[in-house]
Design a protein around this ligand. Structure first.
Ligand code: SDX
Length: 374
């Protein structure tokens, strides 16, 4: 093993196949089960895309009705989980709440360790249905508000707003959220998905794999970037301060959140769609100043470094305009990515090999313990 063989961060290393999605660096394109993500965002609901990611085909009307009825019937969480969430420190990171809730659900599911497509699909759909309820309970407890029970008559996105804010906003706002969920749902072997696959490769259970993926997604170099983008823009304040803020950040060798990507080097294929949704939100909320800051910051940084925005750059301010607390942005990412994670977990199980790479040793040469020790 020589230094040149090492691929730090597994950059550029193809470790397995997947049929769930295709990320094409050269054309900056992304397809879920063969469908371009832009077309899915323009023509489908998140429920339809969730079905597609798990089943490989878009649902018929009858299939969608059955799928959404199953999701709506599983939205409620048991009182013990509500009490567990309410009992966690109010200032803990919301991703630790999500991770705790996932581990709890695994601890009470008698089928937690039952393998096979059917059992795992049921667990995946239960998490997909209950994560919004979990995130909403955590949001409201931080505001001193009691939980709002999930409805069974509202679609996925509208129900989430109802549980968080006790009201459903304008259709444009709900649609913008639904588009963000479609765009966040799946992205091949990103760090959190690969984490889920590594855990699954040991034949551990789906809940353990998801809890690990939540941990990976929390990091600001990955899913945590959407929160960091909003905090960054709020720190910059106004468009005229962007240049000086970037000067200072780069002088301090800071990574600029929401920019750059391991795979996309000429722009993230999802950004134009999410940016358009963000601009719709700007119109609805009259947030011209935020848009001016967003544009000025992007223009300056891209102009300097030729490093382009990723999905987290437009999604952060869009979630802000929807009224969500910044710290809840990454839990919202989990609500979407649970579909991609669990599709990969089931794919890994279907054709498994323990994931165990090599390391090149660069420590002390072998030596003996001195006889006079002890
Ligand atoms: C997501 O993988 C996925 O698909 C992830 C994701 C998904 O859907 O699952 O798309 C979601 O995680 C998007 C990424 C969100 N993270 C951020 O926005 C954090 C800021 N971005 C950077 O940390 C960075 O761009 C990464 C981590 C995302 C990618 O980094 P790479 O591929 O490891 O590239 P690199 O860090 O080696 O950068 C190469 C050069 C470096 O300069 P040098 O040290 O060679 O001089 O570009 C610079 C970097 O310093 N650079 C940046 C930068 N991104 C790269 N400099 C400042 N700010 C940045 N954002």
């Amino acid at each position: 093993m020589t230094e040149t063989d090492i691929k730090k961060g597994l950059a550029g290393v193809v470790v397995d196949t997947t049929a769930v999605s295709k990320v094409v660096q050269e054309t900056n394109s992304l397809t879920y089960r063969g469908y371009p993500v832009q077309e899915l965002a323009a023509n489908c609901s998140f429920e339809e895309v969730a079905y597609l990611i798990w089943n490989g085909e878009l649902p018929s009307a009858a299939q969608l009705e059955e799928f959404t009825a199953r999701e709506r019937s599983q939205r409620a969480v048991d009182d013990k989980l509500v009490d567990l969430i309410l009992g966690l420190p109010k200032d803990c990171h919301p991703m630790h709440v999500v991770q705790t809730a996932v581990a709890y659900l695994g601890s009470v599911d008698p089928e937690a360790d039952v393998e096979g497509e059917e059992a795992n699909r049921a667990k995946a759909e239960r998490l997909y249905a209950q994560l919004p309820t979990i995130v909403a309970i955590d949001h409201r407890r931080r505001h001193g508000l009691d939980p709002v029970a999930p409805t069974t008559d509202l679609p996925y996105a509208a129900n989430f707003f109802k549980m968080v804010f006790d009201e459903v906003p304008a259709d444009e706002v709900v649609r913008c959220f639904d588009i963000s969920m479609i765009l966040y749902a799946e992205h091949s072997f990103n760090a959190s998905t690969f984490t889920a696959r590594v855990i699954t490769s040991t034949t551990s259970d789906l809940y353990s794999a998801v809890a690990g993926a939540v941990g990976a997604l929390k990091g600001p170099l990955h899913g945590g970037a959407n929160e960091a983008v909003m905090a960054m823009l709020e720190e910059v304040g106004t468009a005229d301060k962007a240049e000086a803020w970037i000067d200072n950040a780069l002088a301090n060798k800071q990574k600029i959140m929401g920019f750059g990507h391991r795979v996309y080097k000429n722009g993230d294929s999802r950004v134009p769609t999410m940016r358009a949704a963000f601009e719709d939100m700007v119109k609805v909320k009259g947030a011209d100043e935020l848009l001016a800051l967003y544009n000025a910051f992007e223009e300056d940084f891209v102009g300097r470094k030729g490093i382009y925005p990723n999905l987290d750059y437009p999604s952060g301010p869009a979630y802000h305009l929807m009224g969500f607390d910044t710290e809840q942005f990454t839990p919202i990412f989990v609500m979407s990515r649970i579909t991609g994670w669990t599709a990969h977990i089931m794919e890994q199980q279907a054709s498994n090999a323990l994931i165990r790479p090599l390391s090149a040793y660069d420590g002390e040469e072998q030596r003996e313990v001195p006889a006079d020790r002890g």
